[in-house]
Design a binder for this molecule. Structure first.
Ligand SMILES: NC(=O)c1ccc[n+]([C@@H]2O[C@H](COP(=O)([O-])OP(=O)(O)OC[C@H]3O[C@@H](n4cnc5c(N)ncnc54)[C@H](OP(=O)(O)O)[C@@H]3O)[C@@H](O)[C@H]2O)c1
Length: 302
């Protein structure tokens, strides 16, 4: 997806930047800066803009997994985060989260999003039991692939107080037409879609439609399942980016948060240090349109 970087293009992009080395001093993540929150379009409730994704991270329940999950959730909350995204299909993740969250008494501090494979009341019952909660904050229909899929059962459950918001998800380009049709017709409260600095198809398709129908946007795969870190593993963060980012993680997340249509990003991690790094992207300045273009151009050369 990224082109090989030439010495010339790298020099062109970084040339003259040494002169801006003084921006190092202004750093960037600013722990005392206010938390970046975003309003959920339907209703205006604000949620912190960086959450935690749990696909494949907590999928095998064990004491070690619970310890890891506990440390990651604590790191999220310590930095002011609230949003955790999981799914009934992520192995044991719901059970691990339910155990960890209830043991720490954190349910009231969290915004829990889960996903069902189909509008099956038994599947919902199982998710609520595993998460040890009477209701979730967001219930999403996972991997929408058919234009005719209905959210009516989810709306009924919303009426019954089993979820506060309803949503749909996909990370498959071939299913975007289905996502668009369901967004248009059902007007869910959220759409969760794959979006990262090197995978920007959603910018032109899903994000404008989400804005039109008043749906919040959660970005799945913000690091392309770690692909972005592998691409920059031997590259230094450019000086000009240090105005708004202290790490590559923050660079990638702040690119996404620089789009006001994005409600929250949900990077996956089983590492509390990475969780703290990700959550730090919720503070300090965000890149403007010009800086975002420069970020894309910079990443393209790798
Ligand atoms: N169809 C759908 O609805 C759908 C599909 C896919 C994903 N999702 C959602 O999107 C979430 C995110 O996707 P993902 O977890 O697959 O991929 P991702 O967030 O794009 O990337 C996760 C990878 O990045 C690494 N990482 C995270 N923070 C880092 C940091 N600060 N520094 C260095 N490495 C870091 C993680 O390793 P470490 O564990 O070592 O930190 C992991 O290898 C999922 O968890 C899930 O909630 C939804």
């Amino acid at each position: 997806m990224m082109n090989p970087m030439t010495r010339r293009s790298f020099a062109a992009l970084t040339g003259g930047l040494l002169a801006s080395a003084k921006v190092f001093a202004q750093a960037q993540t600013q722990p005392q800066a206010p938390l970046i929150t975003r309003a959920i379009p339907r209703g205006g409730e604000r949620i912190p803009a960086v959450g935690l994704g749990t696909a494949s991270i907590f999928s095998q329940d064990s004491p070690a997994t619970r310890d890891k999950a506990s440390a990651v959730v604590q790191a999220l909350v310590k930095q002011g985060g609230r949003l955790i995204d999981t799914a009934s299909s992520y192995g044991d993740a719901e059970s691990v989260l339910g155990a960890v969250i209830s043991a720490a008494g954190l349910r009231g501090k969290l915004f829990i999003a889960t996903k069902l494979e189909s509008p099956d009341p038994q599947e919902l019952k199982r998710s609520l039991a595993r998460l040890k909660t009477a209701s979730v904050d967001l219930l999403q229909l996972h991997n929408v692939s058919d234009k005719q899929q209905s959210l009516q059962p989810f709306r009924d459950w919303q009426q019954q107080g089993l979820c506060r918001y309803v949503g749909i998800t996909s990370t498959f380009r071939g299913d975007y037409p289905a996502i668009e049709a369901v967004l248009q017709r059902e007007k869910p409260d959220f759409v969760q879609i794959d979006y990262s600095i090197d995978n920007r198809a959603a910018e032109k398709t899903i994000l404008p439609l989400a804005a039109d129908v008043g749906a919040g946007v959660l970005t799945a795969l913000p690091y392309g399942r770690g692909r972005l870190f592998r691409a920059v593993q031997d590259k230094a963060l450019p000086d000009w980016a240090r105005v708004f980012a202290d790490s590559w993680g923050q660079f990638f997340l702040k690119y996404l948060l620089g789009d006001p249509r994005v409600t929250a990003v949900i990077p996956g991690t089983g590492n509390p240090g990475h969780m703290a790094d990700n959550a730090a992207a919720m503070r300090g300045p965000l890149p403007d349109a010009g800086q975002r273009q420069r970020m894309v151009d910079f990443i393209k050369v790798f």
